[in-house]
Design a protein around this ligand. Sequence first.
Ligand code: ZN
Length: 332
Amino acid sequence: MLDLDKNTDRSYNDLIFLKPLFHNKIWGGRRLAEEYGYDIPEGAVGECWAISAHPNGDCEVASGAFEGNTLSELWVSHRELFGNAEGDRFPLLIKILDAKDDLSVQVHPDDTYAAEHENGSLGKSECWYILDAKENGDIVVGQNASSKEEFAAMVEQGKWSELLNYVPIKAGDFFRIDPGTVHAIRTGTLILETQQSSDITYRVYDYDRLGDDGKPRDLHLAQSLEVIDYAQKAPTSGEITAPEIDGKTELMSCKYFSVEKYEIHEAKTIAQPWPFMCISVIEGEGTVCADGGNGVEHRICKGSHFIAPASSGSLRFTGTMTLITSHLPHTK
Ligand code: ZN
């Protein structure tokens, strides 16, 4: 049984560092070890689940008073750490993806469709920060048909290169993938993904590849046709257009989460007014100290991920670093 008694005599306000989990994928590579220094399993590793309480990968707390507990256990037993936010599961999932090969072309439903057709599940909104891309690399975001009928006809005729919207990418680009957006990560790309903690994915196309069993992987074309947003305008670039103000760039906000980028030069204090905040270091190294953390200074570097709980107070950073942060869109 879960033993959290040792924590009940005082409130916990320090940062919560998590142990990332790794998933082998046929399209994955070795860059999560080579470039992020993670201790990953053998073979092709496609995904690092850095902050997750999803049943398919529930991260353990790495240190401190809650060491050894999973994030889902904290969500259930210590909701005060998360500002008493509502919901039956920790709502966000932060991943790093290493796509050595192309991923299949997919689309996610919105909440309404998922609730009706997927046993009350949530839909999925996600977004991608491009950590690295190969020369002349690209990505699929959006599609070019204006109706379900046109989309179905182009699929029937195999006109994939006309149908899919390919966008050239470089490190530092950012894409918002709302439900209904056709999307695919392509070869040579490293991505930091922030998403709702949900797994409902419909596969539209798999480049006619065969799986390990020699057969093509299942497609979900009928569901895909139902959920694709045909009115959406496909992007031509992932260039960030939001201004950087005092080191902070607001990348996106939707009803499920907000995502920001911070550049730290020598020292910076970041306010923490949210029920909780997820922080990933994507470049550089330094230290972080939470106002509520009894003066404990944590060393952090590229590949560190942690949660600032509700009562952490402001976060004081030193060093030279780039951070991606996310939080619920509303304050406590
Ligand atoms: Zn997706």
